[in-house]
Ligand binder design. Structure first.
Ligand code: COA
Length: 171
């Protein structure tokens, strides 16, 4: 049984993430999507909300489960009995960072390999912060996230004007 973990912040999950999940679920027996509970980031969605959104959009994939994790990815992978980490590569700019993470993880846990899937060209430009930014200003995000998620992202900004959203509150 080959188990892999696909870690990330997923704030929110995008169609690009879903593409990587669907493709990697065809490669491994079991895929655990790990939602990072990172207290140093100031996420738009709580970790529970992010886990629930991911559960909803992956409910058609029987070999995918979703969990949150804190601490080191290598420890989460060990708890999941996974020896593979899946990451998506969107552009060459992702590469250096991803290489550094995967090599560090291999030093900490030899035997933990990272496989990289090239993101579908359609989603190569996409990121969660782009989605949050467009939504903050009332833009159409239906091409970026699953339909059920779009409603929830826009719901976070209801009643806020262009200068009062969470991004500006951090400034
Ligand atoms: N489609 C669309 N967007 C994608 C994407 C895809 N296929 N792949 C990545 N992205 C985007 C994300 O939306 C996110 O966008 P944002 O920064 O605009 O919000 C960005 O790329 C970062 O991706 P994410 O996958 O969420 O990575 P991360 O940098 O938040 O976290 C971890 C990466 C989880 C692998 C890493 O932080 C980790 O392992 N943390 C645990 C602690 C640890 O072990 N640290 C030591 C590692 S050396």
């Amino acid at each position: 049984m080959k188990t892999a973990v696909y870690p990330g912040s997923f704030d929110p999950v995008t169609l690009g993430h879903l593409d990587i999940i669907e493709r990697s679920a065809r490669i491994v027996d079991e895929l655990v999507v790990g939602v990072l509970n990172n207290s140093s980031k100031n996420p738009l969605f709580s970790v529970e909300e992010r886990v629930n959104m991911l559960k909803e959009v992956t409910s058609h994939l029987p070999n995918v489960r979703v969990e949150s994790f804190g601490g080191l990815l290598v420890d989460f992978a060990a708890r999941c009995h996974a020896d593979v980490v899946v990451r998506g590569l969107r552009a060459i700019t992702d590469f250096e960072y991803e290489l550094q993470i995967s090599q560090t993880n291999r030093i900490m846990r030899p035997g933990l390999d990272t496989i990289f899937l090239t993101t579908d060209l359609e989603y190569a430009y996409l990121s969660s912060s782009i989605v949050r930014e467009v939504a903050q200003y009332g833009g159409d995000i239906s091409a970026f996230v699953p339909e059920a998620i779009a409603e929830r992202v826009l719901g976070k900004f209801v009643g806020e004007n262009s200068f009062g959203g969470p991004e500006h509150e951090q400034d």
